[in-house]
Design a protein around this ligand. Sequence first.
Ligand code: SF4
Length: 344
Amino acid sequence: MQVRLLGWFQTAARDLPWRRERSAWRTWVSELMLQQTTVGTVAPRFEEFLRRFPDARAMAAASEQDVVEAWAGLGYYSRARNLHRAARIVAEKHGGEVPRTWDDVRALPGIGDYTAGAVLSLAHGVRVPCVDGNVRRVLSRLAGRDLDGRELAERAAELVPESAPGKWNEALMELGATVCRPRDPACGACPLAAGCRARIEGSADRLPAPKVRPATVKAKASYAWIERRGRVLLGRRPPGPLGGLWEFPGDRVPRACLAAALRARLGVAARVGARIASARHTITHHRIDAALYAATLRADPRAAGYAELSWIRERDLPALPMTAAARKLSGDRNGSARVWKVIE
Ligand code: SF4
């Protein structure tokens, strides 16, 4: 099985930037970027990010805001903030070298079992498994049934070979990503087809069983487009959820509560006008209908509920690390919304 899969990987592996030159730092960064973000989005950004932060020491010397800004467009900014915290620990505690033991790697902020397995096996050649959604799917199908968490961990661990553990883990993930796809697996092109129970029993499309998802919770969010002399007001969120990211002033409230939210966030009374943009945004099982309203302030604002306020030129908005909702509302992503000029 190992020989067949590794032989297949040698010829079928995709040429991806993080595979051209291996190091623990490059592996770590690529794995973090690829969580919740597609290969197509990450690939063009990877080398640019690595030029800015070629190793943990370079990142440790930068500010969190620098790192978050370099991460702009990749989403889920908590990954960037954790990476920055972890880089500082690596610089201070490990002399700038990504550690080589499970306990040391796993202790770093933002690193779970999967990322620790990837960094240690792919970059350091440590014999540990690496179980992501692709591996879960492949191993469940090979076994012909759903494997629970413990069975999956045990099966994945016993399969990792002594030699080339990283290549094996990478090959298994690659097979899941390109051949043993969630729908319509290409069993005819699979190097493991001969021993695959799901293929023999015709159950591949049903395995693994989909996870039961919690019911969707719907919420409304309202934000204000406040313009002054060609610049628009944005607030940088305080530490906590989405901390450090910029957004149009507002909150997760319906329109009727926006004026009160602006008073709390900006410390002044506001007049809320017409809706000028809207966007739907989904975070895990929350579906948020966000709207942007033209608004005017009765006095100068202050950062009552934000870490900082800034008047930004509209053309500079795309370069700003913003919350996903603000990015959608500003219309430079997904095409789901656009901002109209406020005409007073
Ligand atoms: S034979 Fe089909 S179902 Fe089985 S591992 Fe290969 S691609 Fe997946």
